[in-house]
Design a binder for this molecule. Structure first.
Ligand code: CAA
Length: 248
């Protein structure tokens, strides 16, 4: 069987690296796509995944830029073949209360976290449908489900992302393409470590499991959804939050 190509946006970020590793372990040829502006960060990522025998590569992209997404999809198509698995994991925060939130803070978060998923998906979904197989996983957030103080922008984008998941899942189900969301809770990532310590401690105290999540604990769920055997799960949201938010 031909090796499936997996594209992970935010691929060198806190959750992205773990997702790339899990997808490589399950036999994918992985392209980690992320901003290439910080060369040290890219080099550190490449050094960290050097043990995967070339299964994980890097491509620079700004997911907020639709043309850059189209160009990236064309580059991967030419070099590795069409993308079978897309994980939209690129995400940023600009936390502040709405009364202080600037238009730029709103726009930055919406452009990356929500529009970015649209642009990247738009660039690869036709190929998936034509080949009769695709797996799309959108990394949403518990804060999209509950709302979070200081995150009107982020919560709106992450809730929007699951709406996007459900609508697209209906459109492409008959083409062998599944679309799902994974909603992580608070994990050991730079994004969460940037939350003021006192605020973070209060949040951790409210997590029944009693600790932050580990990126691997998110990545294994993403990898599970990307398997050909997960064909009957679509339009779903899988929360991985240590019990921080329970729903039916
Ligand atoms: N709930 C209720 N009240 C709160 C509060 C909270 N969580 N946080 C602050 N307040 C209160 C303050 O005590 C303050 O009250 P007073 O005016 O009476 O003094 C008032 O609200 C305003 O507080 P600030 O002036 O400090 O507000 P700010 O605009 O500077 O923003 C904040 C504060 C930056 C939003 C800070 O609360 C914060 O960082 N909160 C955490 C946000 C968070 O959880 N982000 C998640 C990042 S990780 C992630 O996003 C990954 C993921 O998917 C889980």
């Amino acid at each position: 069987m031909q090796t499936r190509v997996a594209l992970v946006t935010g691929g060198i970020g806190g959750l992205g690296v773990a997702i790339c590793r899990h997808l490589a372990r399950s036999g994918h040829r992985v392209v980690a796509a992320d901003l290439g502006t910080n060369r040290d960060r890219v080099d550190a990522f490449l050094a960290a995944v050097a043990d995967t025998d070339g299964a994980i590569g890097f491509e620079a992209v700004d997911v907020a830029d639709p043309e850059a997404c189209t160009a990236l999809a064309a580059r991967i198509d030419a070099s590795h073949g069409g993308v079978s698995v897309l994980v939209n994991a690129a995400g940023i925060t600009r936390d502040t209360t709405l009364r202080k939130m600037s238009l730029a803070q709103w726009d930055d978060v919406l452009r990356v976290n929500l529009d970015g998923a649209f642009h990247m998906t738009r660039a690869v979904v036709d190929g998936m449908a034509a080949r009769g197989f695709g797996r799309i996983v959108n990394v949403s957030s518990v804060n999209g489900q509950t709302g979070q103080f200081g995150q009107a922008n982020y919560s709106a984008a992450k809730a929007g992302l699951h709406g996007f998941t459900m609508a697209l899942a209906r459109e492409v189900a008959s083409k062998g393409v599944t679309v799902n969301s994974v909603s992580p809770g608070y994990c050991e990532t730079a994004l969460v470590m940037a939350v003021p310590e006192t605020v973070r401690e209060r949040i951790v105290a409210g997590i029944p499991v009693g600790r932050l999540g580990r990126p691997d604990e998110i990545a294994r769920v993403v990898d599970f959804l990307c398997s050909p055997e997960s064909a009957y799960i679509t339009g779903a949201n899988i929360p991985v939050n240590g019990g921080y938010y329970m729903s039916f």
